[in-house]
Write a protein that binds this ligand. Structure first.
Ligand code: PGA
Length: 249
């Protein structure tokens, strides 16, 4: 399986011109990596332009509303995203959860993305570092709530991103050893829900202060199938280095 590296630009950059520059650079980096699939998830306003510029990278979005169309001012549906070439959609990012996306909302978004045939990247992660238990109940709940009732044939489009909230955007990443433990526990949970054959095909990524220095360790020692990169994905030199290092593992 190719490693998956998703660039989450969040609400950046501040101009169209800069978005074009970053896209061109990052697509070039993507084209040199045979063992890595690179996904760029720009803000909605840049999606169509980014899509026209990319040759190798895939297009992703940072969120999607659950209704297909209608009276939902300011929202964007998975149907619309699909129609302009989006292939991946992040759902349940901790920054969206902090703005009010509950497990119930995340479940509806997740389902709508999958039902359009797009890949849904479900973010899960505990809020606090202090863990009394090996597998935080909140992570189990986030997984269970989104995945419950998902038909097996849609599981091929599911990606799980383990993103401990305290590590996102803080410059304080989790250790590769703990990422290994958590990704193993997540895989075990998926195994319990869907059986070994299907669950072993669901990629589990890590995200949270990934940079060019620690990226390779998360993949080689943390044993994840890829990375969700925020801050460092806006720096084209750092992002190129992350892609190269993971490609060379
Ligand atoms: P970060 O963000 O790499 O800046 O910590 C990760 C994310 O938001 O997915």
């Amino acid at each position: 399986m190719k490693k998956l590296i998703i660039a989450n630009w969040k609400m950046n950059p501040g101009s169209f011109r800069e978005a074009v520059r970053i896209t061109k650079e990052e697509d070039k980096s993507a084209s040199t990596a045979r063992n890595v699939e690179v996904v760029l998830t720009p803000p909605f306003v840049f999606l169509d332009s980014v899509n026209r510029l990319i040759e190798k990278a895939k297009l992703g979005a940072q969120d999607a509303f659950w209704e297909r169309a209608g009276k939902s001012t300011g929202e964007i549906s998975a149907v619309q995203l699909k129609s302009i070439g989006v292939k991946y959609v992040i759902v349940g990012h901790s920054e969206r959860r902090a703005l009010g996306d509950t497990n119930e909302i995340v479940r509806k978004k997740f389902k709508s993305v999958l039902s359009e045939g797009l890949c849904a990247v479900l973010c899960v992660g505990e809020k606090d570092r202090a863990k009394e238990v090996a597998f935080p109940p909140s992570v189990r709940e986030e997984l269970g709530s989104a995945l419950k009732g998902i038909s097996r044939k849609l599981l091929g489009k599911v990606v799980i991103a383990y993103e401990p909230v305290w590590a996102v955007g803080t410059g304080k990443p989790e250790s590769p050893q703990n990422v290994f433990e958590m990704s193993t526990l997540i895989r075990r949970e998926l195994f319990g829900m869907f059986g070994k054959k299907i669950s072993s095909q669901i990629p589990v990524l890590y995200g949270g202060s990934v940079d060019e220095k620690n990226a390779a360790d998360f993949v080689s020692h943390g044993r994840v199938d890829g990375l969700l990169v925020g801050g460092a994905s806006l720096n084209t030199v750092k992002f190129a280095s992350i892609i190269k290092k993971v490609n060379d593992i």
